[in-house]
Design a protein around this ligand. Structure first.
Ligand code: C2E
Ligand code: MG
Ligand code: MG
Ligand code: MG
Length: 291
């Protein structure tokens, strides 16, 4: 258990259900090997455009496939990596792999907007925009199809620097999304100082939606304010039909969550759904039947 393990240990809870009390140093060492051995895998979770019901994007989420302990989810190792410099090569590896995948799908005729999470530490690197530029060039990825997800917290850490970095990134043609929006207490109008196109409403707000007629006015208010500022709004963590109905009725642009699909390896990603253009209700029923 994490709380018994003390301050110098982290608990790695893997899919094999074994709790591994390991020191951050051991996790870091194992993780470094994993990176070198390509044991970090990238899964993709679909983003569905509410009005067309088409899959228009994918968020890349990394998984650590440990030979002994099975699949270790990010919240067990990303914080360890973020506490050391190891997050830098991890983020770079993920970014490159995602651009390669996006370019491959594009070559196959599928325009998929690829979203990548960028850690605060990576974002603060003075050469981060150069890294992005280099990877885009080397992978021949269309910059317009790359979206970088920066958390609200990262953006607010050093506002002047964030404005500068985000402007450089925008000049490369990539899109910027503010991740986990709403929990960092920053106002949307303040965020308008940043050249961002998208906000992703934090999962905790989605979880609060109990019915299509929602009691909690906050999420509806966030969406309508974001829309009035011309932002693209994504809701994360959508698990129920009620949540989906509420979000669509409140003009949320895109939906991401287990209702439509868990993160999966690229070979299992439903590319076929990109081409489908059925009636919205028809497609909705189809997805629902899958549940
Ligand atoms: P995030 O960027 O906010 O990603 C969304 C998380 O919510 C993912 O967790 C995803 O699997 C999960 N999720 C999606 N839909 C649902 C749902 O309907 N219900 C529930 N309960 N969960 C849902 P995951 O994959 O465990 O990743 C957790 C966090 O780890 C991410 O949060 C992100 O901050 C970080 N992360 C993941 N991959 C990377 C990476 O490659 N680089 C960096 N720097 N951070 C990463
Ligand atoms: Mg994210
Ligand atoms: Mg998020
Ligand atoms: Mg989140």
């Amino acid at each position: 258990r994490a709380k018994d393990a003390g301050r110098n240990q982290v608990c790695v809870h893997s899919t094999t259900e074994t709790d591994l009390p390991l020191t951050p140093l051991i996790v870091e060492t194992m993780l470094r090997n994993a990176l070198n051995n390509h044991d970090l895998e990238i899964y993709y979770q679909p983003k569905i455009q509410a009005k067309s019901m088409q899959v228009i994007g994918a968020e890349a989420l990394c998984r650590w496939r440990h030979p002994e302990y099975g699949e270790i989810p990010p919240h067990h190792f990303i914080p360890v990596a973020e506490a050391s410099d190891l997050i830098l090569p991890i983020d770079a590896y993920v970014l490159r792999s995602v651009c390669e995948q996006g370019a491959r799908w594009l070559a196959d005729g599928y325009r998929v907007r690829m979203s990548v999470n960028v850690s605060s530490r990576q974002f603060m690197q003075p050469d981060f925009p150069d890294l992005v530029r280099r990877i885009l060039r080397e992978t021949k990825m269309d910059p317009n199809l790359l979206e970088l997800e920066i958390t609200e917290r990262t953006a607010m850490q050093d506002v002047d620097n964030a404005v500068h970095v985000l402007t450089e990134l925008r000049n490369l043609g990539v899109r910027i999304a503010i991740d986990d929006f709403g929990i960092g207490y920053s106002s949307l109008s303040y965020l308008m100082r940043f050249p961002v196109q998208t906000i992703k409403i934090d999962r905790s707000f989605t979880a609060g939606i109990q019915s299509a007629v929602n009691q909690n006015p906050i999420i509806g208010a966030i969406i309508s304010l974001a829309k009035s500022l011309n932002l693209n709004v994504v809701a994360e963590g959508v698990e129920t039909v009620q949540q989906f109905d509420f979000l669509r009725d409140n003009k949320c642009d895109e939906i991401q969550g287990y209702l439509f699909g868990k993160p999966v390896p690229p070979t299992s990603f439903r590319l076929t759904s990109f081409e489908a253009s059925p009636q919205p209700r028809g497609a909705y029923a189809l997805w629902r039947d899958h549940d």
